[in-house]
Design a protein around this ligand. Structure first.
Ligand code: SAM
Length: 321
């Protein structure tokens, strides 16, 4: 079992397999970065898997593949297969923008993927295009259908933005309710790469908009999830991720690995340690030692950059959100 320096059990590893993305979402990667990490500096799937195996042996039971856009990385299904074949019972999930799912959903399911979170910020083609800076909606909706058809468990993520998609909160909730899939509204988090003038809605503002149509009941946090759950009167459940309230750090159970091999203990924390050399040398004891050092120093609470108004200096596309 992995226990961090604050006594929290850490059993959840998020792995960002690429920082590259085929969307340019205003809140994440509005401009193409000045340079991408060169492909030769990325860990191969075999190298990432060496670390993942060790992390599973040490007590990781939940793994989420993310990015950038993870489906851009060639042969992702074989990587999923490596993990799912290593140990049964691992909760294996993926976060994606859904654009490439029409051709990949079935392969991912066959490889052992269980769950998918798909970003859907608008049901209006022109608004979706404004946010992603690309005509995406038709493909994303086909991607959601393909995932459901393949038998994957789907959740939808939406980031409500002032003056852009805030009036669609209920429409997207209803879209998910009709399909019996859970939606999670995520408070926009200011970060180094996002568009400067962007403003998100706070959790309480999101709930106020939903209350214009529905009576909602508070359920609470489930386990270590950062998502706070609510019910509508008919039993439909939705989630809200509101990091501005800072109340989920005490049960944080996660650690992040980037495609370059940086182990990051917290999304709002600059420090990281690299497992790259250890993994390239196949020195697994060393990689595990680095994992334990990072966990020992995992901060007690979010360390936002408060000078810039609760901002993260890291790009979300690097850490995987
Ligand atoms: N490309 C995939 C996608 O679109 O879901 C995975 C990577 S994306 C960085 C992972 C999650 O981070 C998405 O749900 C996205 O909405 C969220 N995200 C990115 N930037 C964010 C921000 N500034 N504030 C809140 N959530 C953000």
């Amino acid at each position: 079992m992995l226990i961090d320096g604050c006594g929290r059990k850490v059993d959840y590893l998020r792995v960002s397999v690429t920082e590259r993305c085929n969307f340019r979402c205003l809140y994440c990667m509005p401009d193409k970065p000045f340079s991408w990490v060169p492909r030769e500096d990325l860990l191969s799937f075999e190298e990432l898997f060496l670390f993942i195996k060790a992390a599973i042996d040490e007590g990781i039971t939940k793994i989420r593949i993310t990015g950038g856009e993870p489906l851009l990385r060639y042969d992702l299904d074989s990587f999923i297969g490596m993990i799912s074949n290593y140990k049964s019972g691992i909760d294996l999930a993926l976060t994606t923008n859904g654009y490439l799912l029409p051709s990949l959903a079935k392969k991912l399911k066959n490889a052992g993927l269980i769950r998918l979170n798909i970003s859907l910020d608008s049901l209006k083609p022109e608004v979706a295009q404004k946010i992603a800076q690309k005509d995406i909606l038709k493909d994303v909706l086909s991607g959601i259908d393909a995932a459901l058809k393949a038998g994957l468990k789907v959740k939808i993520n939406m980031v409500p933005l002032k003056g852009i998609n805030e009036r669609e909160i209920v429409d997207i909730l209803d879209f998910c309710k009709e399909r019996d899939i859970e939606i999670r509204f995520i408070e926009y988090m200011k970060n180094a790469m996002a568009l400067d003038e962007l403003k998100g809605l706070l959790g309480k503002e999101i709930l106020e908009i939903i209350k214009e149509k529905y009576i909602i009941k508070k359920l609470g946090r489930e386990g270590s999830s950062p998502s706070f759950s609510y019910f509508l009167e008919d039993g439909y459940k939705f989630g809200l991720i509101d990091p501005h309230k800072h109340d989920f750090c005490e049960s944080c159970n996660r650690i992040r690995l980037t495609a370059e091999g940086h182990l990051i203990p917290c999304l709002y924390f600059d420090e990281a340690m690299s497992i790259k050399e250890a993994v390239k040398a196949k020195d697994i004891p060393k990689a595990v030692e680095i994992l334990k050092t990072v966990l020992k120093d995992k901060p007690k609470e979010n360390r936002w950059d408060n000078e810039n108004g609760e901002s993260s200096s890291r790009a979300f596309y690097e850490t995987g959100g």
